[in-house]
Design a protein around this ligand. Structure first.
Ligand SMILES: Nc1ncnc2c1ncn2[C@@H]1O[C@H](COP(=O)(O)OP(=O)(O)OP(=O)(O)O)[C@@H](O)[C@H]1O
Ligand SMILES: CC(=O)N[C@H]1[C@@H]2OC[C@@H](O2)[C@@H](O)[C@@H]1O[C@H](C)C(=O)O
Length: 401
């Protein structure tokens, strides 16, 4: 047996493993690195997040990625070069974290790497009859494995599509295994660049579980701030949006997109919800000349309205439902205020810290759970193909040499 396979076999049998989960999301703010102690598998999965850091991307990284990110046309040579470059960079960032945490690389069983999405196109969003869903994450795992000396499991989304899913959201797999409660119905809400949710009934009935993207979380607000309030990268503490007034004509047009009429589950990305989407809505609503502050106030309300609509759709006729939020949007006080006021059955929106997971680390932890399932799962088959959750083992394995 190849020593790498033997080592992996030993890892798979351990009572607990050390897995580093990595997420680099659509906000392009940094690489989330979560050191997780994982035991069990399936519904018995237990996680302790031993350490967490977001390693910020510098302007050089952001500028390079933005040349290809969510763009229908771009320099294919640059894409080809970025794929190994990001893999190596993510590997270097993991090594920095390990040094800071004083954890030897040999102690880590595997890295679980999401990579960097550069284009996401479910069938609902492209015009090619000949093609099904597609999604592309770069930052190849071989480069992470060689850079860190740690076996790396990556490229999780392709299997989901191969088995009939749309490639996202994948959160439902980790959410169901880790956050299901028999005491309360739960919604796990993540607000990154794009917002998504998972509905977890207390019956744990897999036929009733579902997960879906909702629409924009921070992505259009971030893009607008970066354009009109540079060098700011986002509307910290909603300071900009709070100075504006919601423009109802613009808001109405923003909310009027075919995506919002699609049934759950559905997926989207900054390929649709971007500055061009906003400009088009401003042109239709004749609001191209309103102040930047009013635009930000309106965008904030727009994200909140669509998120609240999705929560209300899930919680219809349910009195005992709790919402646990995660992702950078929880730090946007105006957004949180709007969501709460638009969801009358809720007295509060909690965050996943109440369930033991740092809300900023949640997506990185998700990939650690998926890697754990790849190594040690497979005993119970969680899935519901009709809800876009095919039963699959996700991830491809890269060895260090
Ligand atoms: N203090 C704050 N005030 C307002 N917004 C904030 C604050 N902190 C973070 N954010 C928002 O959160 C965003 C980052 O969120 P997060 O890291 O969850 O996104 P992501 O993981 O890249 O996205 P996705 O989940 O869509 O892939 C920032 O770009 C910003 O818009
Ligand atoms: C294609 C892609 O990278 N999608 C991300 C993005 O960020 C949020 C939302 O859009 C979600 O669909 C997904 O990530 C999370 C981790 C998911 O798959 O659940």
């Amino acid at each position: 047996m190849h020593p790498h396979i033997a080592k992996l076999y030993q890892s798979a049998k351990k009572s607990h493993k050390l897995i580093i989960g990595l997420m680099s999301g659509t906000s392009l703010d940094g690489l989330d690195v979560a050191l997780c102690k994982v035991s069990g598998q399936g519904m018995q999965t237990k996680i302790d997040v031993l350490a967490f850091d977001t390693v910020d991307y510098d302007d050089d990284y952001k500028q390079k990625i933005k040349q290809v990110f969510a763009k229908r046309e771009c320099d294919l040579e640059l894409v080809t070069l970025l794929n190994p470059w990001i893999g190596k960079l993510h590997g270097t960032m993991v090594k920095q974290c390990l040094a800071k945490w004083q954890v030897p690389a040999e102690d880590i069983d595997v890295i679980a790497s999401h990579g960097q999405t550069i284009y996401h196109c479910p069938k609902s969003q492209h015009q090619h009859d000949d093609f099904n869903h597609g999604t592309l994450q770069i930052g190849d795992s071989d480069h992470l494995a060689v850079t860190t000396g740690i076996t790396t499991i990556g490229d999780f989304r392709q299997k989901h599509i191969a088995a009939g899913g749309e490639g996202a959201p994948l959160a439902v797999y980790g959410d169901y295994l880790f956050f299901t409660s028999h005491q309360e119905n739960r919604i796990l809400l993540n607000m990154g660049g794009i917002a998504n949710l998972t509905f977890l009934p207390k019956s744990a009935d897999t036929n009733a579980v579902f997960s879906s993207d909702i629409g924009p979380g921070n992505t259009i607000m971030d893009a607008y701030v970066q354009t009109h309030f540079a060098p700011l990268h986002y509307d910290k503490d909603s300071l900009i949006a709070k100075q504006g007034v919601i423009n109802t004509s613009l808001l109405e047009v923003l909310c009027n997109d075919a995506f919002f009429d699609l049934a759950f589950p559905k997926t989207t990305g900054p390929e649709v919800f971007n500055l061009a989407y906003l400009t088009n809505a401003q042109a239709i609503s004749n609001t191209l000349d309103i102040s930047h502050y009013d635009v930000m106030a309106t965008l904030n309300r727009f994200s909140a309205l669509m998120i609240a609509k999705a929560i209300n759709q899930c919680s219809e006729q349910l009195f005992d439902i709790a919402v646990y939020a995660s992702g950078g949007g929880i730090h946007n006080p105006l957004l949180m205020e709007h969501i709460l006021s638009l969801c009358p059955p809720l007295s509060e929106v909690k965050n996943t810290q109440a369930l033991g997971i740092d809300p900023d680390a949640k997506e990185a932890v998700l990939f650690a759970i998926l890697a754990n399932e790849c190594l040690a799962g497979g005993q119970s088959r969680f899935g519901n193909a009709e809800q876009g959750i095919p039963y699959v083992t996700m991830g491809k394995i890269s060895f260090a040499d």
